[in-house]
Every structure is written in structure tokens, then in C-alpha cells.
Design a protein around this ligand. Structure first.
Ligand code: THU
Ligand code: ZN
Length: 246
């Protein structure tokens, strides 16, 4: 995992800080997932994705039932520890920082606040299928991909399931599910999840030509303004479709 860190770090998109962070996650299947930090100039810093979140999001999208280890180029910040808590509520995930001994999350985040505090027995893993459907029939592959990611999104606190799909100029589709957090702020919006996959695959955000967002009409929390504003910075000519869930 440590050997893969430079490869993960090389995918960082950090025009604001020029501080490039890489992370590698190992899932229960034994497969590993790369992640890098993503910064979006011109928008609130809350739209940033940390490398740890990106690698965990990629493991989530691949359908990993659990995550066992994470390696990072720098110590995971408090926000990442909180995000990790949602994917490893028992605190058992091993955290390995370059040049230090590995420790369990429960050592890095003792007396944690987590899903249990909001009455949940389980965290974000394994990803579950939500009983949702599209209001309007469509054959649009990008909308259908966004729907699939909304179907497996994790939104136990608001029930505002949502998903995003991004089509790049070379006809690749990257999908992202919304991944909520018990502490709310570390929640990962669906566009950010999709961007994590896009960067891990070595693509660049400016290659996005089309996007789709799928969510409930009048959702308790909507992703629409966030997706619109981020796309207007990253891929200003990309067209966007919005489709509704019921
Ligand atoms: N960053 C991470 O990716 N992980 C951490 O835990 C620490 C901070 C990123 C966020 C931002 O893009 C940059 O490093 C400076 O904070
Ligand atoms: Zn962090």
C-alpha cells in the first residue's frame, strides 16, 4: 500500500494549496483503491475532497463490504477520522501513515461520535440498494448511471438519496453516490464521489462533457446548487441533466 502512495498522490487536483495528498484503501475483497485530494477554486472550501475520502469513496463505489486498511501520505485530519468512523464504526480499520507505525482508527479517534449516536446499528458499508425509482422513463445512459448510484447512496440521516454520473470526452462514465456522515459536515456529495473516481482513473475534470444528477424533487437536502456551481468551475461547457426519484 505504501508503494502505491506516489501513484495516488500524482492524481491530486489541488490548485489552491498545491499540497498533494494520496491515499490507498484496502477493501475486504483484498482489492486496493487509490484516492487523491480535490480542490475547486472559486467555491467554498467545504467542497474540497480529502484523499482519504476519495479512496474510501472509490472502495464504496466498487461495492466493498468493508474496509480493512488505509495508507496516507500525511496524517489524516479530524474530518477524515470522522469520515472513516462512518465506514468503520467499530474503529477497527488500520491507518498507516508513511514513516510511522500503523494504528487502529479507535486509537486516532477515541470516544468517537458516530452512527450509533443517531440510532443506527450500521455504518455506510456494505452499500445497500434503496427502494427508489426514476419518475420518468429514459434511455439516457448518463441519467441511468446517475440513477444506479442514487440507488446505492447512503443517506440514513436525511433519506435524500442522490447520485451523479459524469461523461468524459473519451466516452467514459464516472458515477458517484452521496455518502452521508453522522456529523453531517464530512458528508461526501455525489459529484465529489464521482470526481474521486474520475481522478483515480487518471482523467481530468475538464474532460467532462455531460453530467446527470438524480435526486428527489423537494429533497430535504438538495445537491443541485453544489453540482451546478462545481461544474461551472471545472467544466463550464458541460451540459447537465436533472432527473427525479420517487
Ligand atoms: N488534505 C487531505 O487530503 N487529507 C487530510 O487529512 C489533510 C488535508 C488535503 C485537503 C486540502 O486539499 C489540502 O490537503 C490542504 O489541507
Ligand atoms: Zn482529511
Amino acid at each position: 500500500m505504501l508503494a502505491l502512495l506516489p501513484e495516488a498522490q500524482a492524481r491530486a487536483f489541488a490548485p489552491l494549496s498545491r499540497f498533494f495528498v494520496g491515499a490507498v484503501v484496502r477493501g475486504g475483497s483484498g482489492r486496493v483503491y487509490l484516492g487523491a485530494n480535490i480542490e475547486i477554486p472559486g467555491l467554498p472550501l467545504s467542497q474540497t475532497v480529502h484523499a482519504e475520502q476519495a479512496a474510501l469513496a472509490n472502495a464504496y463505489m466498487a461495492g466493498e463490504r468493508e474496509v480493512t486498511d488505509i495508507a496516507v501520505t500525511a496524517a489524516p485530519c479530524g474530518h477524515c477520522r470522522q469520515f472513516l468512523q462512518e465506514l468503520s464504526p467499530d474503529g477497527e480499520i488500520r491507518v498507516l501513515v508513511k514513516g510511522a507505525r500503523s494504528v487502529k482508527l479507535s486509537q486516532l479517534l477515541p470516544a468517537a461520535f458516530g452512527p450509533q449516536d443517531l440510532g443506527r446499528k450500521q455504518g455506510a458499508l456494505p452499500p445497500m440498494d434503496n427502494p427508489v425509482a426514476l419518475v420518468a422513463r429514459t434511455k439516457d445512459a448518463v441519467v441511468l448511471a446517475a440513477f444506479e448510484s442514487a440507488r446505492k447512496s447512503y443517506a440514513p440521516y436525511t433519506r435524500a438519496h442522490s447520485g451523479v454520473a459524469l461523461l468524459t470526452v473519451d466516452r467514459r462514465i464516472f458515477t458517484g453516490s452521496y455518502i452521508e456522515n453522522a456529523a453531517f459536515n464530512p458528508s461526501l456529495p455525489p459529484l465529489q464521489t464521482a470526481l474521486a473516481g474520475l481522478l483515480a482513473a487518471g482523467a481530468t475534470p475538464s474532460a467532462i462533457v455531460r453530467a446527470a444528477l438524480v435526486e428527489f424533487d423537494g429533497a430535504k437536502v438538495s445537491q443541485l446548487s453544489g453540482v451546478r456551481s462545481a461544474l461551472s468551475v471545472l467544466a463550464p461547457t458541460a451540459r447537465m441533466k436533472v432527473a427525479s426519484l420517487f
